[in-house]
Design a protein around this ligand. Structure first.
Ligand SMILES: C[S@@+](CC[C@H](N)C(=O)[O-])C[C@H]1O[C@@H](n2cnc3c(N)ncnc32)[C@H](O)[C@@H]1O
Length: 321
């Protein structure tokens, strides 16, 4: 589904939230919000919710990302179109999931072909969709706050000099670490050329690409040659047929005394979600079986369900050693 991009970016008549004053403080955020309000009014709630729930810090962080990565109106509006398509796909799949309570049956190879190795889909929909969801989906933004308050704070205190990011996707978490730790080098691992290119573009825009390198390849068995004290893997577990083998690989990559930040999406159908987690306990069991110790964890729902028995997409994030 795609509506026309006919609106001129600017203030929306009658909008209570987009004032001239705020337009000048966060101009790129205002521009994309106005575009979404005009073209996809059913999707505009994410902006209002972000502002109401997280306030000025959210606006500042969102503006920083948009203005660095999406350099002109065309890139900004294309990213908005991609995000809307990504979110609408997820909504449609969720409606089906509500009845079936299982993900669409798909092998890893099928998902990889359809998504990770499909540059058109990755660049027009998937990667901008993920990037914007980090701000427009409250449970994703809460995950960032948890990450910053725990794992990233620990990295700062320890003056971490290197990290691995497994399944880099948009590159967002790699960027947060490189920006927070000016002395650190990062290594990203991903199977997708498109994720590599999108990540490198973001890191270049933030001036940190010279401290980063991406290793392309399938990481489901881990990398026996590579070890680190700091490791993240954000939203990868649910993409795999056998997350336990993957977790055991990650455990081997973590040096003694090291720490990892690992997350999983629960009840969250998507084009490339294969392994269905329905409770944080299922992830906890797998983490323990893989040899990790759990230090703390965070669970956040996308929204409050209208009825108790309705399923809601959630994310569970773990700090493990
Ligand atoms: C949902 S994205 C991760 C989101 C990302 N961490 C972010 O914050 O933007 C999943 C990523 O995992 C990668 N991936 C999937 N299977 C993989 C595998 N077997 N080995 C390495 N990377 C894989 C995909 O290419 C994709 O970039």
């Amino acid at each position: 589904m795609r509506l026309s991009r006919s609106c001129a970016p600017g203030l929306r008549a009658g909008s209570k939230t987009i004032t001239k004053e705020s337009m000048s403080i966060f101009p790129t955020l205002r521009k994309i919000e106005t575009y979404v309000l005009e073209n996809y009014p059913f999707m505009a709630g994410g902006f209002e919710r972000g502002r109401t729930e997280f306030g000025n810090e959210w606006e500042k962080a969102f503006e920083e990302t948009l203005s660095a990565v999406l350099l002109d109106d065309d890139a900004l509006f294309k990213a908005a179109d991609g995000y809307v398509d990504f979110a609408v796909d997820a909504l449609k799949l969720h409606n089906r999931f509500e009845k079936e309570r299982e993900y669409v049956n798909k092998t890893y190879d099928e998902a990889a072909k359809e998504v990770y190795h499909n540059p058109e889909y990755m660049h027009s929909l998937y990667l901008p969709g993920i990037l914007l969801s980090h701000f427009l989906w409250p449970h994703h933004y809460r995950q960032r706050l948890f990450f910053e308050g725990t794992f990233l704070a620990d990295m700062r205190r320890a003056k971490a000099v290197a990290f691995f990011d497994i399944g880099i996707g948009s590159g967002y978490y790699s960027r947060l670490m490189l920006k927070a730790l000016p002395g650190a080098r990062g290594h990203g691992f991903d199977v997708s050329e498109s994720s590599k290119a999108y990540t490198e573009r973001q890191l270049d825009a933030f001036g940190v690409l010279d401290r980063y390198e991406v290793r392309l390849g399938d990481i489901t068995q881990g990398d026996p040659e590579a070890t680190t004290r700091w490791l993240t893997s954000v939203e990868v577990l649910e993409h795999l047929e056998d997350p336990i083998t993957f977790l055991k690989g990650l455990r081997r990559m973590l040096e003694s005394g090291g720490k990892a930040f690992i997350t999983a999406a629960l009840d969250a159908p998507n084009a490339d979600h294969i392994y269905l987690y329905q409770s944080p306990e299922e992830v906890i069991t797998q983490l323990l079986d893989a040899g990790f110790n759990i230090e703390q964890y965070h669970l956040a729902a996308a929204y409050v369900p209208k009825q108790r028995d309705l399923s809601v997409p959630k994310i569970a994030a773990f700090v493990v050693t």
